[in-house]
Design a protein around this ligand. Structure first.
Ligand SMILES: Nc1ncnc2c1ncn2[C@@H]1O[C@H](COP(=O)(O)OP(=O)(O)OP(=O)(O)O)[C@@H](O)[C@H]1O
Ligand SMILES: [Mg+2]
Length: 230
């Protein structure tokens, strides 16, 4: 069972003569199967926390343990390798390749994840079916709604059967109803497929539907609640 552990994690940014402490001594342990939301005001450190957890950024001090193993001492290449094998990412902008259709976008990610052509196409179809896009395989991203594009991005995040999927404001660019549906999809993938999610959101209603809400304020975890999601 995979776990991610953040230990006394601090991130400072230098801005000319000033130093901004974006994250200040955060301890957090995320278990396999968790469905966690990270909330907090703009500038509270949510993206910084997510990017450190996803090994996209290096901490100023403290460490990230993946399955108990230290990641601080790893080279950039090893960290990229771990990201590719163990983690999935979803962002507010869907970042689909505009020249490729839906199936090709996900198949390409399967190729990057090391599946051969045949396996890749199979896995991509299966994932697109799972996110409700089986009827849209040949559409280009520009022929899809924002919600549908995000579903493609969600399918793409799952190609490597990640231990953990990190989502930064995944519903930030869609209307409330679509946001609701996307959260519902992630909820279902968590329950039925056992996908572990950490979701950054401004939306407290959405956060209330996860199993655990972590609140950041000025780079510090000020609350960490288990919710009784129905
Ligand atoms: N590359 C950077 N250089 C300098 N300061 C940064 C950098 N990235 C973030 N910060 C600062 O660190 C703090 C936390 O930023 P972060 O992006 O993590 O906040 P956030 O909670 O994700 O905000 P938002 O809700 O607006 O996305 C902010 O004060 C921000 O200005
Ligand atoms: Mg942010």
């Amino acid at each position: 069972m995979a776990t991610i552990e953040l230990v006394n994690l601090t991130k400072r940014y230098r801005q000319g003569p000033h130093t901004i402490t974006a994250l200040d001594g955060v301890d957090l342990r995320i278990e396999s199967g968790d469905f966690v939301s990270i909330v907090g005001r703009s500038g509270s450190g949510k993206t910084t926390l997510l990017d450190l957890t996803g090994l996209l950024l290096r901490p100023s001090s403290g460490t990230v343990l993946l399955d108990g193993a230290e990641t601080a001492g790893l080279s950039d290449g090893r960290r990229a390798d771990l990201r590719g094998r163990r983690l999935g990412f979803i962002f507010q902008e869907y970042n689909l390749l505009p020249a490729l259709n839906v199936l090709e976008n996900v198949t390409l990610a399967c190729r990057y994840a090391g599946l051969d052509r045949r396996e890749g196409r199979q896995r991509a179809r299966q994932l697109l079916d799972l996110v409700g896009l089986a009827e849209r395989l040949n559409h280009g991203p520009d022929q899809l709604s924002g919600g549908q594009q995000q579903r493609v991005a969600i399918a793409r995040a799952l190609v490597n059967r990640p231990a953990l999927v990190l989502a930064d404001e995944p519903t930030g660019a869609v209307d409330t109803q679509t946001a609701d549906e996307l959260l519902g999809l992630m909820r279902r993938l968590n329950r039925e497929e056992g996908v572990t999610f950490v979701v950054v959101t401004h939306d407290l209603d959405l956060a209330g539907r996860t199993d655990r809400m972590v609140r950041l304020q000025d780079g510090v975890v000020v609350s960490d609640e288990r919710l009784n999601a129905a």
